[in-house]
Design a protein around this ligand. Structure first.
Ligand code: NDP
Ligand code: 8X3
Length: 255
């Protein structure tokens, strides 16, 4: 792998959903992708499909600082200068109201969606700044803008991602580094299976009779943001399936 041959994207959470579809999209368009996730077997299957020349894989947990440190050492030792970092790894756990929610679930969401994302960004940014080239694409959510029952900590982590993305833009002004926040709505991936702790029937019922977004729809917008000329920065993209919309504010007679 060399920057001379191809542009290089690092994509976290590449083993399924948006991440996997993004790996496929970037590779189809001639990029080399470093695909990161915890489930190495899924990454091996992806690499077998797309070819070792196009995809480098690495077993990787964004919550493990030593994984991040070793990865940066690897990039530096190989003189790899990433053109794009897609901070996609993330999850929702549970849909209980805040007074009943599981605190361990909250911890995992904060560790992954917030701390994993900021630590990855902090680790990769210096390489980009040094090279005066790079683009950080975060995967936020409409849940970071619009509250809904049971969204509590998940939505709050995505609100953090939205503000962090804007603040990165402020800090990176003058460096040529771009920052984008992609904010999808309801999308059919493994997301709901994870949210409901492996209950596939419950997860399937979320999408039944609807036409939710597909992983490829989001990969399209991620790739589009990355493929624009360097003087164009997409700050944020909010995407919903047509079937998703807004409800009136709730008013409860009992206070
Ligand atoms: P998936 O569950 O299909 O994919 C999530 C990916 O994140 C998996 O590849 C998983 O890989 C990875 N991941 C989770 N935790 C970690 C971790 N600690 N370290 C490294 N990788 C991790 O869901 P989506 O594709 O839908 O989700 C991708 C992103 O999109 C998330 O940030 C999610 O919050 C966001 N999103 C999803 C929406 C939806 O409706 N689907 C809508 C809006 C935003 P592995 O388990 O192998 O590590
Ligand atoms: C996932 C979108 O609306 O299911 O981030 O919370 S939603």
């Amino acid at each position: 792998m060399s920057n001379k041959d191809k542009k290089i994207a690092i994509i976290t959470g590449s083993s399924s959903g948006f991440g996997k579809a993004s790996v496929e999209k970037f590779v189809k368009n001639g990029w080399h992708v470093i695909a990161l996730a915890r489930r190495i077997q899924k990454l091996e299957e992806l690499q077998n499909d797309l070819g070792k020349d196009n995809v480098t894989i690495r077993e990787f947990d964004v919550c493990q600082q030593d994984n991040i440190d070793e990865f940066v050492k690897y990039l530096t030792s190989q003189n790899i200068q990433p053109d794009v970092l897609v901070n996609n790894a993330g999850l929702a756990l549970g849909l209980d109201s805040a007074d009943k929610a599981n605190l361990d679930d909250w911890d995992v969401m904060i560790d992954t969606n917030i701390k994993g994302l900021i630590k990855m960004s902090r680790a990769i940014m210096p390489l980009m700044v040094e090279n005066k080239n790079g683009h950080i694409i975060n995967v936020g959510s409409i849940a970071g803008t619009y509250p809904y029952p049971g969204g509590n900590t998940y939505g709050a982590t995505k609100a953090f991602v939205a503000q962090f993305s804007l603040n990165l833009r402020a800090d990176l002004a003058g460096t040529g580094i771009r920052v984008t926040n992609i904010e999808p709505g309801l999308a059919e991936t493994e997301f709901s299976i994870v949210r409901f702790h492996g209950d596939k029937q419950k997860a399937d019922s979320i999408y039944q009779g609807l036409s939710p977004l597909q992983a490829e729809d989001i990969a399209e917008s991620i790739f589009w943001s990355a493929s624009l000329p360097k003087h164009v920065n997409i700050n944020r993209i909010e995407i919903m399936p047509t079937c998703q919309s807004f409800a009136p504010l709730a008013i409860n007679k009992d206070g």
